[in-house]
Design a protein around this ligand. Sequence first.
Ligand code: FES
Length: 158
Amino acid sequence: MADETARIEVILKRFPQIKRNALIPLLQAVQDEFGYISEEAISRIGAHLSLPTSKIYGLATFYNQFSFTPRGFYHVVLCNGTSCHMSGSGELLSELAKLLEIKDGETTRDGLFSLEVQSCIGACGQSPVMAVNCEYHSRISVKEVREIIKQYREDADR
Ligand code: FES
C-alpha cells in the first residue's frame, strides 16, 4: 500500500496544475502505471483535483479504456470487432468464459488471468485474434484457445 501511495503521489506531481481537465490524463497515467485504477488512486486524484470520487467514477466508467480491477498475470484481450466477429470470436469468448470462469472485465480469483473484449486490435486480416500480454494469436479456433490457455497455465506452474 505504501508503495502504491508513493507511486500515485509521483504521478500526481506530474500534474501540478490542479485543473479538472487533467482528470483524463491523470487516470490514464495511473492506469499505465498499475494496469488499473484502484480506490486509493481515485480517492487521491479526487483530493488533488478537488473533485468528488463519485464524479471521477462517473467519468472514468464512461470511457471503457479504464479498468477498476487488477489485471491478471496473463491479460487476455479478445477482439470482437466486425472482422473477428464474422470469423467466430463469439464462440471464442464463450470458450474463454468457460475455461477461465470469468466474464469481460474480470480477473480470475487466483489472479492468473484477466479477460478484456475489445472492438478491434488492429489485425483484422488475421481474424479472429486474441492477444495475451500483447502476444498475438491469429486465426485461432476454439480448440486452439483451449490449448493456448492450457499452455499459459503450464508456464505459470513452472
Ligand atoms: S476486427 Fe479484430 S483485429 Fe480488427
